[in-house]
Structures are given as C-alpha cells and as structure tokens.
Design a protein around this ligand. Structure first.
Ligand code: GCU
Ligand code: CA
Length: 468
C-alpha cells in the first residue's frame, strides 16, 4: 500500500508538473480594448450598450472602410489567433476585410447577435510579424462594422517554413500582382517586387518566358539579369543561416514584351522560406513615364518613387505607364486606369483591399496637353481622381504634385483646394517649381536623368515624412 501511494503521489506530481509546463508554454492572450490608444476607431467610442469590457467600445461609422484598428505586438513571427468581441444588433451580417500590416489576411463575417447588448467573440487566425503589427477590420459593405469591444491576440504557431511557390505565405508582394494563376503571379504596371527570407546556400527564381529581372540578396545593391528564362540561379555558395532576396521585373510596356511573372523561388535541397518583415507604410505612386523611370536603364529603382519610399523605410509601387494622362481622351487616363491591375486589364479589376496605401503620390498632367485636354476638363478630372483615390484608400495621405513641365499646375492646385474645402484634410498640393533644371537634370526636357530623379527624391522625401 505504501509503495503504491508513493507511486500515486509521484504520478500526481508528474502530472502537475506537466500541467504547469503546458500552461507556461501557452501565454494568455493579450487583450486590446478598442477604446484605448493606439487603437483607432473611425467613428465614436460609445458606452451606451451594456456588457462591454473596459470603458467603452468602437461604434464605427456605417460605411465601407470605416475601420477599427489595433496595434499588437508578437514576440515571434507566426500565426496568431484573434478573438474579436463584437455586438451586431441588426439581423444583417456585417462583413469586413482583416488587414495585417495593411495587407488583407482574411475576411470576418460579423453575424447579427440579436441585440446591441449581446456581445460575442469571433475567432480568426492570421499571420503576424515579430514585433509590432497593425490589425485592421475594414468593412466591405455600407452597413459598416458591428460595435467592437476588444481584440484578444495570442501567437499560437511558430514561423512555418514555406516552399517558395508563388502562393507561399512567407513571400511579401508589393504593387499590383495578378494572382489568378497560382503558378505564375504576374506583375502589373511598373516597380512591383517581392521580398522573401530563405535558408540554404543557393537561391534562384523560376521564369516562364524571357524577361529582364533585377534582384538583391541580403540588401546588396540591386542588379540586373537581362533576358533570362527558365530556372535562373541568382546566388550560390551563401553562408549558413537565413538570407533575404528581393526580385522585381522590367515593366511590360511599349515595344518591350518581356514576361514579368514570378514562378516561385528555386531553393536548395531541404531549404525553406521563413517570414520576412513588411513595413507598415506603403506609398503608391501614380503617374506616367517619369514615375516609371523611363527611359533610364535602371528604372524603376533609380526613379524618384523608389528612392523616396526606400529612404522612408516604406513599401512602394509605381502604378504608371509611359505616355499616360490624367484624362482618358485617346490616352491611358490614370483617373480611370489606376483602378486596374495593369495597363492590359480590360476592366476595373483591382481589389483595393489587397493592400492599403498609407500615402498616394500623383504626378499627372505632362501628357494631357498632347491630347487636347482643356484646363477645365483637367481640373474636373483631377477632382474626380482625388475622390476616387480617397474611396480606394480611406486613410491615405494623398499628394498631388505639380508636374515638372509646369502644365495644369493651377488646376492641380485648385482640385486639391476643392477637396480640402469639402472636408478632406489629408490631401496636399506639392509645389515642385524649381526642383529640377530641365537643361541639366533631364535627357530631353521631360525625362529626368538618374541624378535628376535623385534631386526630386531629396525634395519629396521630407514632405512625405511629415505625414507618414
Ligand atoms: C445603433 C446602435 C449603435 C450601432 C449602430 C449601427 O445606432 O445604437 O451602437 O453602432 O446602430 O447600426 O452601427
Ligand atoms: Ca456603428
């Protein structure tokens, strides 16, 4: 008996130790109240429906994009389980996109809960970076969000090694990528790129047809591989540990018919991808050849958009096309075309919840003159463009640059003033007079040299820096 009870006691003790160890391994979820800064609520913090935790809840405006956003921190990159507590006193579900660091990770469907005082918790899983992350609930219908009480966050899975395929969640894409073909992700417009972290001593990329690509390993200066196809080796003999790679493509436009598609990373045997950081700021540049960086050899990455965003530590895209205008009058009018995934899309196919820009910089008006666009037409078109950009990116700081050739500059300024007067406090006119000397800083009075782009970047960067 004595022996037996001793055994039993130690077995109980062992079980207790195991339970303790189990508890210690799973940290309690961290609670983030919707009413507490740095959480953001596009609406009001209310306390009129009982049952909430803390001192109130977020009653977001009933509108598409009127969001509740939380800032959460994770000790490691991996999968987080979210518990979002909400009440929806209507009988209609309120769907929303869930954006992690500005990129749509999943959707949330906030069903009716029967009463505004009936609070329930919806559970979701999303990937998170190590360190700070923003988690944003952005409603997709005019009903807006339900009332949101808090967000519980618990990192429940460590970093998962990926296989380097285009669908690999560890790969971070920037810009307009058409992902409808899981084997070949197609870069639209210009300046799209991707970042990844990988293990193993070599790295390559799979290409479909000939393309000029540029890449960087571990943050080294970008370099070109021109006219390559098939499995393209980018580096061998890398030291142990993990490395980062960035890959981008020359834009398909004009007479250049390269194939800017990403077919996956070619990893060394047994190697994997791992999560890589993504900046919280993203700057989208909308424009013409100047924004692409044409005709310079290293466009897009010696063009001012790339230089400015990199200097600010932000992600970026160049939604731009040589010859583009603001107005679609026998021209790619970007006031319409910016809603597309590329210059060859046949309808407004871009889904703006794929990512949200924190800043949008517009540089348009150089080419409209050649298509007979009147000043009145231009101003009206610019106003519509600013409204559309606001609709696409509800929270972005929007910058309208006077074009370097001094065309339609008063109209650009007037359109911004009209939006400001209409209550949009995040739209800014950028006066570029004197930034470059066409005789010195351009190749043909229009297109800046690389040094000209660097001058522009130096002027634009501090302006954006005030706002993002
Ligand atoms: C009611 C309710 C609010 C809620 C709103 C809505 O006004 O009192 O708390 O946010 O409906 O429909 O969003
Ligand atoms: Ca509401």
């Amino acid at each position: 008996m004595r022996l037996r009870s001793t055994l039993t006691a130690s077995a109980v003790l062992a079980a207790a130790v195991l339970v303790l160890a189990g508890n210690a391994a799973v940290a309690a979820p961290a609670r983030h109240e919707a009413e507490a800064s740095p959480a953001v609520c596009t609406g009001t913090i209310d306390s009129n429906h009982a049952g909430f935790s803390g001192s109130g809840f977020c009653n977001a405006d009933n509108a598409v994009g009127a969001a509740a956003q939380f800032t959460v921190s994770a000790s490691t990159a991996g999968t987080a389980t979210l518990g979002v507590r909400f009440a929806n006193g209507t009988t209609t579900a309120r769907p929303a996109d869930v954006l992690v660091n500005g990129v749509r990770a999943t959707g949330a469907n906030f069903a009716g809960t029967g009463a505004w005082t009936t609070w329930v918790t919806l559970t979701l899983t999303v990937p998170v970076n190590s360190g700070g992350n923003t988690i944003r609930f952005s409603p997709t219908t005019a009903g807006g969000l339900p009332n949101i009480d808090y967000l519980d966050v618990e990192v429940t899975g460590g970093a998962v090694g990926g296989n380097g395929q285009p669908t690999d969640q560890n790969i971070q894409y920037y810009g307009r990528w058409n992902r409808s073909n899981a084997s070949w992700y197609a870069m639209g417009w210009a300046g799209g790129y991707l970042d990844a972290r990988f293990t193993g001593s070599s790295i390559g990329v799979r290409q479909r047809n000939a393309i000029d690509l540029y890449y960087s390993i571990d943050g080294a200066p970008l370099q070109w591989r021109r006219n390559v196809s098939g499995n393209v080796t980018l580096a061998t003999g890398l030291p142990g540990g993990s490395h980062t790679v960035r890959i981008g493509y020359r834009e398909r436009a004009g007479s250049y018919t390269g194939d800017p598609v990403f077919g996956g990373l070619v990893l060394a045997g047994g190697a994997q991808t791992a999560p890589v950081g993504r900046p919280t700021n993203f700057v989208e540049f909308i424009g013409d050849s100047i924004t692409v960086g044409q005709p310079n050899a290293n466009r897009p990455f010696t063009a001012y958009p790339w230089l400015v965003a990199e200097a600010l530590g932000a992600g970026h895209s160049q939604v731009a096309q040589g010859g583009a205008c603001l107005v679609s009058q026998d021209c790619y009018g970007m006031m319409d075309w910016f809603r597309r995934s590329s210059g060859s899309a046949t309808y407004d196919d871009w889904n703006f919840s794929t990512y949200q820009a924190t800043a949008v910089v517009i540089n348009l008006g150089t080419n409209d003159i050649g298509h007979g666009v009147s000043t009145a037409q231009f101003q009206q078109g610019y106003l519509v463009m600013l409204e559309r950009v606001r609709q696409a990116y509800p929270d972005a700081q929007i910058f309208a640059m006077g074009v370097f050739r001094n065309r339609y500059v008063p109209e650009t300024r007037n359109a911004v003033a009209a939006r400001t007067a209409a209550g949009d406090s995040r739209v800014h006119f950028v006066d570029t007079a004197g930034w470059i000397d066409p005789a010195v800083d351009t190749t043909d009075n229009v297109h800046p040299t690389d040094a000209g782009h660097a001058k522009i970047a130096q002027r634009l960067r501090p302006i954006l820096d005030q706002y993002i």
